[in-house]
Write a protein that binds this ligand. Structure first.
Ligand code: FBP
Length: 551
């Protein structure tokens, strides 16, 4: 790799920390726990996964003596959106299988699951791994969102693996990709095909976590990047004292990212989608809450502030959820006639076709959002929520409402806005020390699970709020995290998505402080990620993780 930055050069030499059980290539002893069940719908999950269901949780302990292990050929796939640390999972996996036997080989399937089906791969050499250690991005082998779920896919993948002598696959992905990894493991085990499948928890959204998986990798780094930028915006806002900034942050569904950024910066307003759904809030209610804060700050002479909006909000507002579902039906039924209309007629057509309540909700939205709701559909016919500019929608609606409040003498102030979307900026950042260490350990643990002949497991590294000397690593049966959910009208076994828990420590801490943060301008400025320097600066964990693990 030529033309690398000074930081990249220094970072390439960074040696990620490992749990003691995996340090210095020592051989490991596997300790098995008791058989496991599923997080819910255990009977149905057991029936769907007869071969892999109920496997015990496993933990690795250090062994002094080395046992001879045969070389193993392993395939690896990156699946879904980018998340900082993916290259370190591959580096850990590479070093881990080489520590099992120097002749082991690692193959990377290109552009995600597609590469496995289309047989597009590359052998990952020591030189390639060295070029990508501690770097952000997924560009070493690429990623994709193709779902591997049919027997035809599994069979094609089998043939491609057999041709390369691959006996284990590692799927690095989010909840859906790991669900599919489990389906693949079940298929191979029940058909006596000697290919084991191991998953690794990835997503910046932070919604693949549970009692056994402390965090999905990438969340730490992405939140640090967004919090740095939000902190900078808070400071600009507090300096210029003339703008309200509406900042949408990524997170397709859960609001973990928004919550963590609120905890890191003390922005004036943060909306948590899960609370909106639980309190059955309307758009008007959300707008009113924002207006109240704007008016309170204006009364103190502060016509500025910062509001964080989670990307997934729109689908958590009950009335919008109903609106979207009615719109989907109307647009599906009238697709041809609808396409021929111009923008204005499209809106008139929708207002006429919706029932009275939904028509009122639709009419209350700014015209730009009405159009986005009508036009943007994914291949399944669903609205693509990430394309809806919720931050602009709220800014516009708040402005309108403040005008009405001013006319009634309820608000005296100035209101100018700036809007931002923070998403892609954080997904490929160079991993923080936390993500660099955690990811390398996850990859190394995946190799140890392969060495132990396990399948249908997710690599797990725990105790990460403590120093790495106290980290515990092992494997969690994926079926243990599953329940049954409706997907496209059908009951499907899926890993339970971890939404923000309103009775969890991070939300409770936020709820206790949000009133104070809304009126004060005492923001916190986290600054950029530090890779070198004092440990209390470089090795912090997210506030979310610290609160979740505080006694
Ligand atoms: P994953 O769940 O695959 O990790 O992706 C999450 C995410 O980054 C979301 O935050 C965002 O909504 C989405 O990907 C954007 O997807 P795309 O990269 O296809 O635009």
């Amino acid at each position: 790799m030529s033309n690398i930055s000074a930081l990249q050069k220094a970072r390439a030499a960074y040696c990620p920390k490992l749990p003691p059980a995996l340090e210095s290539g020592a051989d490991v002893k596997l300790v098995e726990g008791r058989p496991t069940t599923a997080v819910a719908d255990a009977k149905k999950i057991k029936a769907l996964f007869p071969a892999t269901y109920g496997s015990p949780e496993v933990t690795f302990k250090k062994l002094v003596k080395k046992a001879a292990v045969k070389p193993v050929n392993v395939g690896v796939i990156l699946s879904g959106g980018q998340a900082p640390g993916g290259h370190n999972v591959i580096a850990g996996l590479f070093d881990g299988i080489k520590s099992l036997n120097k002749k082991s080989k690692l193959y990377g399937f290109k552009k995600g699951p597609d590469g496995l089906v289309k047989n597009e791969y590359m052998e990952i050499s020591a030189k390639i791994v060295d070029d990508y250690r501690n770097t952000g991005g997924f560009d070493m082998i690429g990623s994709g969102r193709t779902k591997l779920e049919s027997a035809a896919h599994f069979e094609t993948a089998r043939k491609n693996c057999e041709a390369l002598g691959i006996s284990a696959l590692v799927v690095i992905g989010g909840d859906d990709s790991n669900t599919n990894a489990c389906l693949l493991a079940e298929y191979y085990k029940s058909h006596k095909i000697p290919i084991n499948v191991i998953g690794c928890p990835k997503t910046i959204d932070g919604d693949l976590k549970n009692e056994h998986i402390e965090a999905s990798f990438g969340f730490d780094t992405a939140c640090r990047v967004y919090s740095e930028l939000i902190g900078n915006i808070c400071r600009d806002s507090n300096s210029a004292k003339k703008y309200w900034h509406f900042i949408k942050v990524m997170g397709r569904s859960a609001s973990h990212i928004g919550l963590e950024c609120a905890l890191q910066t003390h922005a004036n307003i943060t909306i948590i989608s899960e609370e909106v759904a639980a309190r059955k809030m309307t758009i008007a209610g959300i707008v009113k809450d924002i207006c109240d804060v704007v008016a309170r700050r204006a009364a103190n002479g502060e016509n500025f502030g910062v509001a964080i909006i989670p990307e997934g909000l729109i689908e958590f507002i009950p009335e919008v959820k109903t609106l979207i579902s009615e719109l989907n039906d109307i647009l599906a039924k009238e697709a041809d006639a609808f396409q021929k209309l111009d923008y204005e007629d499209k809106i008139k057509f929708v207002i006429k076709s919706l029932d009275k309540t939904m028509s009122k909700t639709f009419s209350s939205l700014p015209q730009g959002i009405q159009l986005q709701l009508c036009l943007d559909r994914d291949p399944h016919g669903n609205v693509q929520v990430s394309l809806i500019e919720t931050e602009k929608m709220l800014a516009e609606m708040v402005k309108k409402q403040l005008k009405e409040m001013a006319a009634k003498g309820q608000y005296k102030g100035k209101f100018s806005t700036q809007s931002h979307f923070l998403g892609y900026e954080g997904r490929c950042a160079a991993p923080s020390n936390y993500d660099a260490d955690y990811c390398y350990s996850l990859g190394y643990t995946a190799a140890a699970l392969i060495g132990a002949g396990k399948t249908g497991y997710m690599a797990s590294v725990r105790n990460t709020t403590k120093s790495s000397a106290k980290w515990v690593c092992g494997g969690i049966p994926i079926t243990m995290m599953m329940n049954i959910e409706k997907r496209h009208g059908e009951d499907k076994p899926v890993i339970q998505k971890a939404l923000v828990k309103l009775d969890g420590a991070p939300f409770k801490f936020f709820a206790k402080n949000r009133d104070k943060w809304s009126v004060s301008s005492e923001y916190i400025y986290p600054g950029p990620i530090q890779y070198f320097g004092p440990s209390e600066v470089c090795d912090q964990v997210t506030v979310t993780l610290a609160l979740e693990h505080s006694k």
